[in-house]
Design a binder for this molecule. Sequence first.
Ligand code: C2E
Ligand code: CA
Ligand code: CA
Length: 394
Amino acid sequence: MTGFGVVVAISADPYHRVAVAYGRERSVDIAEAFVEGVLATTGTTAEIIRRSDLEWLAYFDETDDAAVELLYQPWSYGSHAVDVDGSVHFLEVAMGIVRAADFPATVTDEEIVSAADAALSRALVDGLSAVIANPSLAQSLRREISMANALITADDDDFPVYYQPIVRLSDDVTVGWESLLRWTTAGSVRSPDAFMPVAEATSLIIPIGRRAIRAVFADLAGRIGRTEGDEAFVSINLSAKQLWDESLPAYFSELGAEYGVEPSRVWIEVSEIDVIRPVGAAARTLFALHDLGCTICVDDLGSGFSALRYVRDLPVEVLKVDRTLVTPLPDSTADRAVVDAICTMAKATGLRVVAEGIETQDELDEVNKLCFDLGQGYLLGRPAAAAALFGPAR
Ligand code: C2E
Ligand code: CA
Ligand code: CA
């Protein structure tokens, strides 16, 4: 049971912009002026506790929504003009707000503060000015942290790379493989959906991704052989965060030299959403990987709305059409028209096109009527561990 109606965790200048602009001491003065000003505008008697130079906890008595409304609205953009000694300064503020009424009656003061911190953390991660806590927020944050702990202490062996065949549709020959990361933990094999959000949010995707890339080069050298006439390629998924790492191309060339593998046997898959604005370090990384000889693919085509501009701006050679566009092909003329248009455009610009997520013969038949080059999906082969597909490593 808590004696408070509303508790707010406040972080002033959370991105340190004001400290950089005016100096650290001045930013603390501005933040103090802001907290005093807020008290005046809310017109309630709140108990305000300072937690550090730029952090406060505010306790309000109200048991109704009035305090939240008062707090939430004037701050809803998170940017404020604060008057200090007659001059006006800009200040950003982030807040985690807890309404005790949203929580079970048994909630303790400690749990309320923890929920306010969780909401503040969520606000900061998502770049929002305020988040109102719900009872599951702190719990889900704790789960994320414990998963991050498990990820960071896992061994190399705990992240096996699975492979799914990519099939040439004209003659059913497997010409390459998509590498798909797995995490074996507590005796079960987990898919990226289960751990990728945490790996991304904590940047653990960088070391985990590098281990996966090394495993792919080792498998290319050791056990992924030739197909008819050609050497099979492996495609590697890279997230936006991984592309921001400009030392990645050098890592690829080192691995190529170490394992005696031509980088031209590596395809790079980048999700459409991540290539919509091809600027800065991520674009430079893509160009550098392309210069090494890697084939750049745009993945999950249909997940973003990008008007395919990146085809002009980036060295893209392959488009992978998302399962959400492939699944409806047998039943929907409208979807067929859209996919047909994408394929025709791709062919006209010299791109190769892959149909993803083919699960049924009907879908494959429709895919074969359009100008797709390659296909992938459970019908053609499910993802499996390297040892199961290619035998032991040499
Ligand atoms: P994605 O790149 O779109 O990979 C295809 C996903 O679809 C895989 O899920 C695959 O198992 C699944 N799939 C393939 N064929 C079918 C089908 O016929 N039906 C259905 N329902 N699903 C099919 P998975 O392995 O769970 O991977 C999920 C996502 O995680 C991948 O989506 C990719 O974006 C990401 N991912 C996987 N491995 C890596 C990695 O090493 N690095 C990074 N950054 N992301 C990865
Ligand atoms: Ca992919
Ligand atoms: Ca995909």
